[in-house]
Design a protein around this ligand. Structure first.
Ligand code: ARG
Length: 460
């Protein structure tokens, strides 16, 4: 008979059982479920709602179940529907009547809300740790390539000279925001729903502040209906993970481009590339492509849960059992992608000569040429037009700006002097972009230091 079988006179239909059961996936919450029950039992004992002896028996029983689950000795059963009823049934089998008292002043609705919050809180820590590891790799690689000139792009057209370090550190900035987004989510979720009961609290003299503190929350949720029906934290997590994957997919896309013969800015380590079953020459960036592809999957998880939650009346509805799989799937995906991606970046061979060669074509010092004239007194808009004429002339004749003679340069302005050749050197164009946040070495060094301090602040 079901735990809730009291008012029923028939067995549940077998297919309904299958539809209804969530143990297949929510068994992942076993640790959180047991942890929450231990704190609940302690409180019940302290408040005299159950005897201290019963509370003690329950806690010992739960600890034993936890140890057995971790040792792989426990088989959960769909007959008990979900992780909450499975644990309760196991407990009662072990400690008898004391076990049957555990569910006093509690409901599965506040129980699942609690377990899921605890799980999300813990997993945020895992993702943040992996992001910080990726940041370390980016800092290390950026340090190696602070003077490596590469073309920066807009519209995927060569635009202005930057360093490879500057490019990597742009991703460093994105992943820092991902960390703080996850930390924000963790801050906001840190209110305890336990004690919300089924929806309307309870008549027992429970102490919600005790259980909240015991589970590391800042305090209890202030409204019992909201306590059991809020899944914002799961949505915020999925939102943060979606943005994180969007960042990874942009990085992945660039790695894919960089690996192509058209670019050849990097070569992936053999351990992070794959071959073709027919084309012997192929070395494919499957890791980057899969990360790009899996981004769609995480977006799907977000859209799925948003859609489940849409229009649900208060308070708990069984629809909400559909909250777990998208969150598990997104976390599995992100935590699989992040370390592999970090290693792929950490081990790839960077080819700065090819970057430099690409930088040499495409007139990426044209802005510097216009700036040269501007600094000599010409209004920028005129300098822009004059340089545009030079570029058109060079493009027609297959030349670069720095290949023009002083005579040729002076055909558009007599402000040009010998010093223009220094001003057009790509190394100088990059190194002189010292404005805050620019690619000059002092600025990439500052960015690296900032990321390192960011990591340090989180490892204390
Ligand atoms: N397995 C359920 C879930 O994941 C737990 C809560 C069930 N509550 C209920 N009243 N049926 O949402």
């Amino acid at each position: 008979m079901k735990l809730w079988g009291g008012r029923f006179s028939k067995e549940t239909d077998a297919l309904v059982n299958e539809l209804n059961a969530s143990i297949g996936f929510d068994q992942r919450l076993y640790r959180e479920d047991i942890e929450g029950s231990i704190v609940h039992a302690e409180m019940l004992g302290d408040r005299g709602i159950i005897s201290r002896a019963d509370a003690g028996a329950v806690i010992e029983g739960l600890k034993g179940i936890l140890a057995d689950v971790e040792a792989g000795k426990v088989e959960f059963t769909p007959d008990n529907e979900d992780i909450h009823m499975n644990v309760e049934a196991l407990l009662t089998a072990r400690v008898g009547d004391a076990g049957k008292r555990l569910h006093t002043a509690r409901s599965r609705n506040d129980q699942v809300a609690l377990d899921f919050r605890l799980y999300v809180r813990r997993e945020i820590g895992t993702v943040v740790g992996q992001l910080l590891d990726l940041e370390k790799v980016l800092c290390r690689r950026a340090r190696e390539y602070q003077t490596a000139v590469m073309p920066g792009y807009t519209h995927l057209q060569r635009a202005q000279p930057i360093s490879f370090a500057q490019h990597l550190l742009a991703y460093g900035a994105m992943f820092r925001r991902d960390v703080t987004r996850l930390e924000d989510c963790r801050k906001r979720l840190n209110e305890c729903p336990l004690g919300s009961g089924a929806l309307a609290g309870t008549t027992y003299p429970i102490d919600r502040f005790q259980t909240a503190a015991g589970l590391g929350f800042d305090g209890p949720c202030g409204n019992s209906l909201d306590g059991v029906s809020d899944r914002d934290y799961a949505l915020e997590l999925l939102g943060a993970l979606s943005i994180l994957m969007m960042h990874l997919s942009r990085f992945a896309e660039e790695v894919i481009l960089w690996c192509s013969w058209e670019f050849k800015f990097v070569e992936l380590d053999d351990a992070y590339a794959t071959g073709s079953s027919i084309m012997p020459q192929k070395k494919n960036p499957d890791v980057a492509e899969l990360v790009r592809g899996k981004t769609g999957r995480v977006y799907g998880d977000l859209m799925g849960l948003l859609t489940v939650m849409k229009g649900l009346p208060l308070a708990y509805n069984k629809d909400m059992q559909e909250d777990k799989e998208p969150v598990f799937d997104a976390l599995d995906t992100v935590t699989m992608c992040l370390p592999v991606f970090a290693d792929m970046i950490g081990t790839m061979t960077v080819l700065p000569e090819n970057m430099r060669k690409a930088a040499g074509r495409g007139f990426i010092n044209a802005t510097d040429c216009a700036d040269y004239l501007t600094k000599k007194g010409m209004p920028f808009r005129d300098a822009y037009t004059a340089t545009g004429r030079l570029v058109a002339d060079c493009a027609a004749r297959g030349k670069t700006l720095e290949e023009l003679s002083l005579e040729e340069l002076r055909s558009v302005s007599d402000l040009f002097g010998e010093d223009v050749y220094e001003a057009l050197k790509l190394e100088n164009c990059m190194a002189l972009r010292k404005s805050f946040g620019g690619p000059a070495i002092a600025e990439t060094t500052r960015q690296i230091h900032e990321i390192e301090a960011f990591i340090q602040a989180r490892s204390e």
